[in-house]
Design a protein around this ligand. Sequence first.
Ligand code: NAD
Length: 357
Amino acid sequence: MTHITRKMKKQLTAATYSGRKKDDQILVAGAGGFIGGSLTRHFHDQGFTRIRAVDKKPLPLWYQKVPDVESLCLDLSDQQNCKRAVENAVEVYNLAADMGGMGFIEKFRVECLRSILINTHLIEEAYHAGVDRYFFSSSACAYNTELQKDPNVRALKESDAYPAMAERGYGWEKLLSEILCQEYTAERGMKTFIARFHNVYGPHGTWDGGREKAPAALARKVIEAQDSGDLNITIWGDGSQTRSFMYIDNCVKGVDMIMHCDDLIATPINLGTSELISINDLVSMIEVIAGVKLTRHYDLDAPRGVAGRNSDNSFIQEVLGWEPDTPLRVGMEKTYAWIKQQYLDRKAGKPAPAGEY
Ligand code: NAD
């Protein structure tokens, strides 16, 4: 739980765990979702042969269904299901949570808080099953909201979570689940790893239906406006709120690196970019990608979240010698193209079953 000093960084290669075997049993929880689906594909592409993917969503609704993966529909808020899910697992990645963009997490705080059941049961069963490494996907929403009241925000560093004043509901659940991981390490010697994701975006994620986050929601709105010829767009808040957005490939790579760095056991670490952008500028970027100019309307009553949030990446740079590096413009072009295809397929009445994206 100590921070890494520069001297320790020099020994980093030695501290990076290299004892993985391609036939180690891996569990990805929340694998029907955006990040879990991409992480499952990542391990599959790396040649891991025993991957178990679990989600409570019925299989046809998974964003990605990866071949040669044991895919199970189980509700992991139930302890017996967790026991089944972790059977023979060497590594567990917990990406399962009831979550969404601001529209969801401000409205459904109870659902967000109830995700505590997933981590509570999953880590306990992982411990009893003798799992070697356990990863928990935390969030920048765990940070003290008092530090995020200005769009020109000072980037958040790991120590800024305390004194705690997390985002109501969702953020407190993340903070408590982090503590659970840390205490399993302190008291029971289990190797746990915790990344605080800043906003993640990219293909194969939620782009419609109420749980989507700002990049996908704005891309969809631009596509709808262009397609309908009604060249107006409604933006939540006054558009001055700032964020950083991490491309999905960087997220997956970061999770893998963090999970196998022994210096990070039970040590929360930021996983996000430090490329800060306002929502207004994000809309402008998407307009350029789409080749359209829209009239903006601002819904000041809509959920808008904190005024500003950015990731301080000095710790990840120091410990891993890397930080998420895909420029937003590059990632948004790929994301926009993917969402446009989904939109056109749906309009044409083409079903978009999992795995065929
Ligand atoms: P997602 O909603 O696409 O995926 C989460 C998945 O968990 C869903 O498929 C859902 O069905 C599943 N799930 C929910 N409850 C479950 C249960 N009881 N049992 C089994 N599965 C269950 O979200 P995501 O964007 O992929 O997020 C993955 C993780 O990363 C979550 O823990 C989330 O809080 C965290 N996170 C994401 C972001 C982001 O920008 N996407 C930012 C910060 C943190």
